[in-house]
Design a binder for this molecule. Structure first.
Ligand code: RAT
Ligand code: ZN
Length: 418
């Protein structure tokens, strides 16, 4: 809709949608952020923003330095190299680069000076707790779901010791090693006091369930979660499929928790890029269909990494009410694909999905990830409400607010409560 040609009613609707969607607080259902109690794991500030693995991958499009030389540099030096390659020698127009600038600008910093030392000096003056609160406010985020792995040697000890939880943070139990690398996971569980063997006999399965129950209670998990390679198959004889069938799904039923499935990631397609080296592949979503069809008492959350899987995912969600789809994940978290994906989901599913999660790893990223996505979601909603208005159906401000709350966490909460 061109503003010049808009009628007063259209302008009024646009202003209402902008205001209401802009003010709706978000429940961010998947991030890699941590409760402040995880002091050593917290990432924030300009050097963490610049060394985000999305930007590392982009900087190696230009950087000719051997990978191993880059990785031994201190974080500040890596940040300087990335700044030089992606912001000074080239215009920072990729989504991840633009995100850094959106964030800095929202924090009140002048980006046009291109002055990295000055930016660093500003961040050095911030108090972490106050800064985090400001980021939440600027992003409009009310609640953050972490990704918590008992297999992570840095976070496990803290959970085991216990700490006072911050009310803004909820937890999700991430179980990738259990399901995609069982031969290595089995001895670890055994070391932690669970009587597991590599063979999936009945005793081992019940011990895996005990492990899942202990960790679900310990972290108060909202859901269990796994990312899967494109070729993953269920049902199947592989350890992962067996463990899902015999341990994860019964556990989720017992605790009434959704199981979040994230298919499509090819880990370490370029191991030299370390964490930035993962790729994407087309998944066979028959696996998800089988999960939903064979386990109607289970609830599934799903997001896919391949754009080409999005349409089939939407259709699956139309078929299975025990499936809730969410987010534009990782390589899909760019405005053109968020727009396309959100539009398609609204057209096929109405409001019964969660359009976005941030996947933020650095606290400040909440600002740009949500500002950019909120913009796209607002535009899509406005277009759809305008189409309704053309039929004579007008939405009230209360209805717009209800719909926005649904998209920004309400639909997810409702699905979890079922
Ligand atoms: O988006 C990311 O930061 C990726 O590295 C992954 O962590 C992905 O989101 C995942 O949860 O596996
Ligand atoms: Zn993630």
């Amino acid at each position: 809709m061109k503003p010049a040609s808009a009628t007063p009613a259209q302008k009024k609707l646009a202003a209402q949608v902008e205001k209401i969607v802009g003010a709706t607080p978000v429940t961010d259902i998947h991030t890699h952020l941590y409760d402040p109690a995880f002091r050593n794991l917290l990432a924030w500030g300009i050097d963490d923003l610049l060394t985000y693995h999305y930007l590392v991958a982009e900087s190696f499009r230009h950087c000719t330095m051997p990978y191993e030389k880059f990785w031994v540099l201190p974080k500040a030096r890596q940040a300087e190299l990335i700044w030089q390659e992606l912001f000074i020698e080239n215009s920072p127009i990729s989504e991840s680069c633009r995100g850094v600038l959106t964030t800095l600008q929202a924090l009140g910093l002048d980006v046009k000076k291109r002055d990295l030392p000055a930016l660093r000096a500003w961040f050095a003056r911030q108090k972490p707790d106050e800064h985090a609160a400001r980021c939440l406010e600027l992003a409009g985020v009310a609640s953050i779901c972490m990704t918590n792995s008992p297999f992570d040697d840095l976070e496990r000890p803290l959970w085991e010791r216990g700490f006072r939880r911050d009310k803004h943070f909820t937890a999700a139990l991430r179980v990738d090693p259990l399901l995609v690398a069982w031969p290595e996971a089995a001895p670890r569980l055994a070391k932690w006091g669970y009587a597991t063997t590599p063979a999936l006999n009945q005793k081992t399965i019940s011990e895996v369930r005990r492990f899942l129950a202990d960790w679900t209670r310990r972290i108060q998990a909202r859901y269990l979660m796994v990312s899967l390679p494109p070729h993953f198959q269920y049902p199947g004889p592989d350890d992962g499929a067996q463990l899902i069938e015999r341990a994860v799904l019964p556990h989720c039923r017992e605790f009434n928790l959704p199981f979040a499935v994230m298919p499509g990631v090819k880990r370490a397609v370029n191991p030299q890029l370390q964490m930035a080296g993962d790729g994407v592949g087309l998944s066979n979503l028959t696996t998800l269909q089988n999960l939903c069809a064979a386990n109607p008492e289970n609830k599934f959350l799903a997001t896919v990494l391949a754009r080409e899987n999005q349409h089939e995912l939407c259709v699956l969600a139309r078929k299975f009410r025990n499936l809730h789809i969410f987010g534009c994940w990782w390589f899909l978290n760019v405005p053109s694909l968020i727009d396309e994906t959100t539009r398609m989901r609204v057209e096929l599913l109405g409001l019964s999905f969660t359009p976005q999660h941030s996947d933020a790893r650095v606290f400040d990223q909440l600002i740009y990830k949500w500002r950019h996505s909120r913009r796209v979601i607002t535009d899509v909603l406005l277009e759809k409400y305008s189409d309704l208005a053309a039929t004579g159906w007008t939405v009230t401000p209360a209805e717009i607010g209800r719909d926005a709350r649904h998209l920004f966490g309400g639909a997810f909460e409702e699905f979890c409560r079922r």
